[in-house]
Design a protein around this ligand. Sequence first.
Ligand SMILES: C[S@@+](CC[C@H](N)C(=O)[O-])C[C@H]1O[C@@H](n2cnc3c(N)ncnc32)[C@H](O)[C@@H]1O
Length: 307
Amino acid sequence: MTRYHTPVMLDPCVEALQPAPGRIFLDGTIGGGGHAEALLERTGPDGKLIGLDVDDEALAAAAERLARFGERVRLVQANFSEMRTVCENLSGVDGVLLDLGVSSRQFDAAERGFSFQQDGPLDMRMDRRLERTAADILREASYEELMRIFRVYGEEPASKRLAAAIVQSREKQPITRTRQLAELIERVKGRGRRNLHPATLVFQALRIVVNDELAQLNCGLEAALDVCKPGGRVAVIAFHSLEDRIVKDFMRRKSAECVCPPGLPVCRCGQRRQLRLVSRKPIWPAADEVARNPRARSARLRVAEKL
Ligand SMILES: C[S@@+](CC[C@H](N)C(=O)[O-])C[C@H]1O[C@@H](n2cnc3c(N)ncnc32)[C@H](O)[C@@H]1O
């Protein structure tokens, strides 16, 4: 059987989160449970792990992988933005991990619609309880909305041309399949650079909108800070610059004493420092990991500690 997902930057994550016997961790993106397993192995005999995922299939895979840890694991189908509610009865956790984006399993399953490499329905919902799929967006959004989605969430230079082509094409036939959209993009943009498929940025943009990823990340980071005990750590792996910018800005802001514009004679923001940056720069995967697992190539890890 092929592996559900190979955990990315496993050793740096474990090192950053400092697991030790009795500690409690929250994995907000449990996926196939690879990071969670490493944390549970190092927190025995009585440490605990709460694992969240919006995807029922991921939770089933994680439950199977982590079954040997018994009562030490609690899995909940929830968005990580809801972690305060999940942790309501706890006095806090020793660390939170967010390994953003989709798992290899989700990406490789044609019927989930995340990949332009294989044909499938344009779905892209990580949480299949959500109502709106990528096909719905392509059917309903106006030219202006499509252009904005591609520009803001894909940083796609050909946003205008692509939005116009989609509006024109859907008048003749609805756009419902991944290959159909990828071929339309190829016709508009040409075959593109060797290492970046012309459809990459549009697929990224649609996925972000379908799953409301950036808003959930903003809420999830605030919630992670709340549920951590003092001394607890927040570790986040991001896979593209839009996500990473949110993580970087959040950690910078919360680790600053005052965020007033420079030049004010007295502080008006009243902000107190809540985080300490464990490393100023992001941590990148080692070359041998990227050689073994090419999906790790765009990963970057940021870690901060609650004061
Ligand atoms: C990259 S995978 C995590 C892989 C995991 N660390 C492992 O070792 O197998 C990301 C997972 O997070 C889930 N996910 C993404 N955004 C989420 C969110 N806002 N709340 C909860 N789960 C989310 C996805 O469904 C996916 O299963």
